[in-house]
Design a protein around this ligand. Structure first.
Ligand SMILES: Cc1ncc(COP(=O)(O)O)c(C=O)c1O
Length: 366
């Protein structure tokens, strides 16, 4: 038996490939930034984060630095935003399915989380209109580009429809964009913030573009919201992880980030192609999304094949799968499987989908 046949393959977490980390460059940037900014980075600082990095992000977003808040990963900012925008008991909408940790973060804040069904081109707008009338949400949380867990990108028509509905009913949107720069084909659509800067708050992160271990995420928001988030951040940790922020700053300042993103495209695009190809070869009875970037393909199992049973039986085939129910605010997910492809080599992806196909076939025949 070859090595690959004996090992467990993890189709669970959406993590970057470790071979993508530019370790030597990070060592060099750490030394430089500590030499140039050490007295700032090693001291307590205002919770809003390292000014030189905020200035870069602000100039790219066309906003002022006071609208940019840095924190220890974007998930921390999502938790702060829930506290600022959502008194307990209020409703927040998420795509159904959505990023499982945002769902749990919102729930921990006492928020009523309502899922809006996600279609191949974004959420179901008719459903959204009805749900708005019923629940009067304070917030809609979306991942418009290469969504986690499905890989779906929201179309321009739906972006426009969402923004117009949000304006009409006066609630806020959080658009979470950690995968936006990981486009392997096609062209970018406008962000929701570009369509409505007043009601759309943007979250993003260096986790998928450089490293999640440095824990640097950012938010672009109206000043009043940025100030409230900063107050909670101050009360929570006084100062965020300045070293990570200094490192991200230096990496961009030296012009390394764009080259790194290009390398990520070169590494990940063939992995996405291998995933789509393996699905066509091995699982023609299922259906799946066809993303042009990001980390995930979303699989819909054939009718009658339950994802929890597939995940259980997959263990016998040395294949680890995520708990699909966690991605669904309504706890369903019975026919859904998230397939992350970035952290696996092409041959591992092919082997993983072969194993998955054997499991699906075995369950189908029972
Ligand atoms: C949509 C989405 N938001 C946020 C995060 C977490 O990002 P960070 O590492 O910046 O907290 C992830 C990570 O998988 C994600 O998929």
């Amino acid at each position: 038996m070859s090595d690959i046949e004996q090992t467990t393959i993890k189709l669970t977490r959406g993590v970057p490939a470790t071979e993508a980390f530019p370790i030597e460059e990070i060592i060099a940037c750490s030394a430089t930034v500590l030499r140039d900014h050490g007295k700032t980075l090693l001291q307590y600082q205002p919770a809003i984060g390292f000014l030189p990095l905020r200035e870069i992000i602000a100039s790219q977003a066309g906003v002022t630095p006071e609208q940019v808040v840095l924190s220890n990963g974007s998930i921390q900012l999502a938790a702060f935003l829930a506290e600022v925008l959502l008194p307990p008991g209020e409703a927040a909408f998420v795509e159904e399915p959505s990023y499982d940790r945002t769902i749990t973060t919102l729930r921990r804040a006492g928020v009523k989380v309502v899922g809006i069904p996600l279609e191949d081109d974004g959420i179901d707008i008719t459903f959204l209109e009805e749900a708005v009338k019923e629940h009067h949400p304070r917030l809609l949380y979306l991942i418009p580009d290469f969504q986690n867990p499905t890989g779906v990108t929201t179309s321009l028509a739906k972006r426009e429809a969402i923004v117009s509905l949000v304006k009409e009913h006066d609630f806020m949107v959080v658009e979470d964009l950690p995968y936006r720069r990981l486009r392997y084909q096609g062209s970018d659509l406008p962000t929701l913030r570009e369509l409505d800067a007043k009601r759309v708050i943007q979250l993003s992160s260096f986790s998928k573009l450089l490293s999640p271990g440095i824990r640097v995420g950012w938010m672009v928001a109206p000043v009043s919201i940025a100030k409230q988030v900063m107050q909670i951040a101050t009360d929570t940790y006084i100062t965020p992880n300045m070293l990570g922020q200094g490192l991200a700053y230096e990496f961009i300042h030296e012009g390394r980030l764009e080259a790194n993103i290009e390398q990520l495209h070169a590494l990940y695009a063939p992995r996405l192609a291998a995933m789509l190809n393996a699905l066509s070869q091995c699982l023609p009875q299922a259906s799946w999304t066809k993303p042009e970037g990001g980390f995930f393909v979303g699989l819909t199992l054939p009718a009658g094949v339950n994802s929890a049973r597939v995940a259980e039986k997959a263990k016998e085939e040395k294949l680890a799968l995520s708990n699909s129910a966690g991605f669904f605010a309504n706890g369903d997910g019975s026919r859904f499987i998230r397939l992350p492809f970035c952290a696996l080599r092409e041959e591992e992806i092919e082997e993983a989908i072969k194993r998955l196909a054997r499991v699906v076939q075995a369950i189908n025949q029972q």
